[in-house]
Design a protein around this ligand. Structure first.
Ligand SMILES: [Zn+2]
Length: 441
């Protein structure tokens, strides 16, 4: 609890500072961020990879391969070319490096510390030669209750490797934590009344919410990362009808509406198949962002039915049609949705939806203005300062109850521990952690 409070403060502060710095309305033509990541295969004094050659072969492919679901391809596509990971060393990865450490008891702090010491011995400087570290080790004896772990935000991921290759659903998820994204849950707000919601599972609209990599990230996360700058996210300050294009995919246009909801934010997006994403997600979706923490949003779902990555529910099952928040005098109604475009009415300050003209009051391509400051590259900024200091490992592990995806682990409850700035989150499957959401929120 203490940790997440700190994390939240750090996050909010980061956003405030960056938002101020971005104000001059510069279009989003910044050079893409190429973050140097160093995957390192690590072994223990009592556990080694069963098939090291296969892990050696798969590792560069997992992180940097040309395939669409390598970490580099995934991040490049989901950020629309604004962010990716690149190899920190010519060989693309290092190892296996043998640590004089027993695998027993999942000593993640020690694993990180000793790996970094080994890298220092090899002349590699954190924050300079490599900006992110991804430690890959054999799972057989660690008994770690997760397939992946990450600092949130931060420069470190741990991959507790079963088999010979980890996939994007683990690596991409953990790198999402590094970017400052928590697990994304779901608020069930039956009938669209935002005054009566309860926490209920994961969102399934992002790789951070059990949606798998083919859902990419959701609009609040893209805002958190600074990838919806230049008018792609529109801060709505007047009642009106607004046009949205698909959240993912190439081209211009408004991809998200960002609306004040008391001290929170309401973010609206339109999902539609684009590139490698959203073949199974369609329609207008909504999120609640607590106190400006875009990395800690939750889906607002108005019906009990739920579209998950694994079920056969229609792709628009969780799409909204109407939301009402009486206390904050905000209401939203979908005018039309489909075929790559949606029109959404927003009524603020208690205005009636019926009184809002249904024809779009905004051009689909709003010019960036002071009214739309989105936090910019918080990821790079936030992690840049942490790269050198990550060797002390204050851990709050967000255990996961969805490790079924990895196989044979039973539910693991969260282990609270330590105090400090970095919050660790465990990944994969997890299918969220209802009460955990409070921590992220
Ligand atoms: Zn996670």
């Amino acid at each position: 609890m203490k940790l997440s409070a700190l994390g939240r403060i750090a996050l909010a502060t980061g956003i405030a500072v960056l938002a101020t710095a971005t104000l001059p309305g510069t279009p989003a033509a910044a050079a893409p961020v190429k973050r140097k990541i160093l995957p390192v295969m690590v072994e223990f004094n009592d556990a080694s990879f069963q098939f090291p050659d296969k892990v050696k072969a798969s590792t560069p492919d997992t992180y940097f391969g040309a395939k669409s679901d390598s970490a580099a391809s995934f991040l490049s596509e989901v950020s629309r070319g604004q962010y990716t990971v690149v190899p920190a060393v010519p060989e693309q990865f290092l190892g296996p490096i043998k640590l004089d450490l027993s695998a027993a008891g999942c000593p993640q702090g020690k694993i990180n510390q000793m790996t970094r010491e080994e890298l220092t011995k090899r002349g590699l400087v954190a924050g300079k030669d490599y900006e992110s570290l991804s430690i890959v080790f054999p799972a057989q004896k660690t008994d770690c209750p997760w397939a992946g772990l990450a600092t949130l935000p931060g420069p470190t991921t741990w991959i507790n490797l079963y088999g010979t290759a980890s996939g994007i659903d683990v690596v991409g998820h953990e790198l999402g934590h590094n970017l400052g994204f928590g697990h994304q849950g779901r608020f069930l707000c039956t009938g669209g009344n935002l005054g009566a919601c309860k926490s209920d599972g994961g969102s399934s609209k992002t790789i951070m919410g059990g949606g798998g990599w083919a859902s990419g990230f959701s609009a609040p996360e893209l805002i958190r990362a600074g990838w919806l700058s230049g008018g792609a996210s529109l801060k709505v300050t007047k009642s009106g009808t607004y046009t949205l294009r698909s959240l993912h995919g190439k081209g211009s246009g408004t991809r998200a509406l960002d609306i004040a909801l008391g001290g929170d934010r309401l973010v609206i997006e339109y999902r539609h198949a684009a590139g490698n994403f959203d073949a199974k997600i369609e329609g207008v979706h909504a999120y609640r962002v607590p106190k400006g923490s875009y990395g800690a949003s939750s889906l607002i779902d108005t019906t009990v039915e739920n579209k998950t990555a694994g079920n056969n529910a229609p792709s628009n099952t969780d799409a909204i049609t109407k939301l009402t928040d009486k206390a904050n005098k905000v209401s939203v109604a979908v005018v039309s949705s489909g075929g790559g475009q949606a029109k959404v009415k927003v009524a603020l300050n208690g205005d009636s939806l019926a009184a809002v003209d249904a024809s779009p009051s905004k051009s689909p391509t709003p010019t960036p203005s002071a009214a739309t400051p989105t936090p910019t590259p918080s990821a790079s900024a936030a992690t840049g300062t942490e790269a050198e200091t990550d060797d002390s490992e204050p851990v709050t592990e967000l255990g996961s109850d969805g490790l079924t995806a990895v196989g044979d682990r039973s539910t693991t409850l969260p282990l609270a521990a330590g105090g400090g700035a970095a919050l660790l989150a465990a990944g994969l499957g997890f299918l969220l952690l209802k009460r955990r959401r409070g921590k992220h929120a």
